[in-house]
Design a protein around this ligand. Structure first.
Ligand SMILES: [Zn+2]
Length: 296
């Protein structure tokens, strides 16, 4: 078969994929063409700090891909038309252009695709809390970070979820994502989850299908459950009174993982709920609205 024929087939398939993606994503989608054989799409093309976005690579034939957003590696999984993955931003992501780079290995060649996402600055309030001073020992935070990194270092490659995530517990948002926390007069960075107020003992439900990768008492998080949903997406359930699951358990959406409490660095019963996307703690509320990031 002549190379031109293969290329022609590639162009037709890639064009069909792009058209289909355009129909699905509407005006929010944008695409770049580096070669007729591979297309990179990122949606939405503009996000506020804290939002996640979706990456789609259309390839006309079997290929291998490696992807990054900024300096973070992204996990992409195979779809019928190529690869898909998710990336996150947080309050420390610099506003401006964030480069998404995908290297596609195809027929012994390596293609390089680049697309930028525009990151808009978001405004975050400040909250002041008084906590027991011994909990501000940096060794506790370092220990906790190591435990969480170990638990989230080998994500399940494919998504176990389909459709929007669900709030793990009903109740008012006591502290939104992104607020800057000042503990006992010390600035402690941004709040990288959402606090939902609920009575102690209220059941906390898995936001979506997944596998438990951490279920233990941490110094700051208190009783904590982390669920791997696949494709680099994890949810965390923090300050629980009790744990109802153990590591390795396969969960369905809505299954009880524990109960609301005030363990660890917490001043009153609430659930701290966090969503981690390829290592970045994003605004969890985006994931319950459906749309681009939580579609099938
Ligand atoms: Zn919190």
């Amino acid at each position: 078969m002549a190379a031109a024929t293969v290329l022609g087939a590639g162009v037709r398939l890639a064009t069909a994929v792009l058209l289909a993606a355009g129909v699905l994503w509407g005006a929010a989608a944008s695409a770049v063409r580096s070669d007729a054989l591979a297309l990179l799409m990122v949606a939405p093309p503009e996000v506020a700090q804290g939002a996640a976005f979706r990456i789609e690579v259309a390839v006309a034939e079997r290929a291998r891909v490696r992807a990054t957003a900024g300096d973070r590696a992204l996990l992409l999984y195979r779809t019928a038309t190529g690869f898909r993955g998710f990336a996150g931003t947080d309050p420390t992501t610099p506003p401006g252009k964030l480069a998404v780079r995908v290297r596609v290995e195809l027929r012994g060649r390596e293609l390089s695709l680049v697309r930028t996402v525009r990151v808009r600055p978001a405004r975050f309030a400040i909250r002041y809390l008084r906590v027991p001073p011994e909990l501000l020992d940096p060794r506790l935070a370092a220990y906790e970070r190591r435990r969480v990194l170990a638990a989230t270092s080998a994500p399940l490659p494919r998504p176990l979820w389909e459709g929007p995530f669900r709030l793990p517990v009903g109740g008012p948002v006591a502290s939104p994502y992104g607020v800057r926390s000042v503990y006992n007069g010390q600035a402690r960075g941004h709040h990288l989850g959402v606090d939902i107020r609920a009575a102690a003992g209220t059941p906390v439900q898995a936001a979506h299908d997944g596998v438990v990768v951490l279920a233990e008492r941490l110094p700051l998080g208190g009783n904590t459950v982390i669920v791997d949903h696949g494709a680099g997406v994890f949810t965390s359930y923090v300050h629980l009174q009790s744990l109802a699951v153990s590591v390795g358990a396969r969960l369905r959406q809505g299954q009880v993982v524990g109960s609301v409490g005030s363990t660890g660095l917490s001043t009153a019963p609430h659930l701290h709920w966090a969503v981690r996307v390829n290592g970045v703690l994003v605004d969890p509320l985006q994931w319950i609205r459906g749309g681009l990031v939580s579609g099938p």
